[in-house]
Design a protein around this ligand. Structure first.
Ligand code: F6R
Length: 243
């Protein structure tokens, strides 16, 4: 638990930069799993700062994003592809071909092949070295809403009404929020070698407590992290206030 989100984000950004350098020094690309939403914004700002200071290069970094809204093209400002360009990729030296985000425009017929190809791409890259997560008020990681199995893989998911409500302001109304997404599964996420979950603010305090100290259950996907060998929560004082 940190005093504020800036301090937490700065601490994690330094750790991730050191990890990327160590993996690159060992002669291979670092594979990062990335998240979107409001939570990672100060973390991405810190990564960009480290890049500008010459302390972090993305030239040998491969990324896989957790999820994308189904039905949104990359040009839609609320698509996660647009978000990632705006908040991180446009400001660092990552090669375009190293970026992977599920395609929200995939047709229903091609969807399962697209999800299988996403899983195969993660495997072919050598698996995820570091996975960044936020947490939804439903306890979701990625868009693994309550009921998502522990061994679920990348697939089409239905968004919980609470998740859609939380997204409504950004979309300019609930009716504009997609009903489905493509998301890495709990099983995909849990295979990452190192995981960091970020949470800020009072609104996340109850679900953070449930995830960390409640039973391990598919009703709170983030509770599966209790069984991961190297998963850490980075919280501000408010998000940690019920612990
Ligand atoms: C985003 C994602 C979600 C968010 C979660 C929290 O890629 O997978 O799990 O991390 O919904 O969203 P914010 O950060 O906006 O509160």
């Amino acid at each position: 638990v940190f005093a504020d989100r800036t301090e937490a984000s700065r601490t994690l950004a330094l750790e991730v930069a050191a990890l990327v350098r160590a993996i690159n020094d060992s002669g291979r690309s670092a594979v990062l799993g990335l998240a979107t939403g409001r939570t990672p914004l100060p973390f991405y700002a810190e990564l960009i700062r480290l890049h500008e200071q010459g302390e972090l290069s993305f030239a040998q970094v491969i990324t896989f994003n957790l999820d994308e809204y189904l039905g949104l093209a990359g040009e839609h400002p609320e698509s996660y592809r647009a978000f990632m360009s705006r908040e991180l990729f446009d400001h660092v030296d990552i090669p375009a071909e190293n970026i992977h985000i599920p395609d929200g425009t995939v047709s229903p017929e091609d969807l399962s092949a697209h999800c299988a190809a996403y899983e195969a791409a993660i495997r072919n890259a050598g698996g995820i070295d570091f996975q960044l997560l936020g947490i939804g008020r439903t306890g979701h990681i990625g868009f693994n809403e309550p009921g998502s199995p522990r061994d679920s893989r990348t697939r089409k998911v239905e968004l919980d009404p609470i998740t859609r409500q939380d997204a409504a302001p950004a979309f300019g109304g609930l009716d504009q929020v997609p009903e489905h997404a493509i998301s890495m599964g709990c099983g995909t996420i849990l295979e990452a070698r190192k995981i960091a979950l970020l949470a800020w603010g009072k609104a996340k305090a109850t679900i953070v407590r449930e995830a960390l100290t409640g039973p391990v259950t598919d009703q709170v996907s983030a509770s599966f992290l209790q069984e991961h060998a190297d998963a850490t929560f980075y919280l501000d004082a408010e998000a940690g206030s019920e612990l």
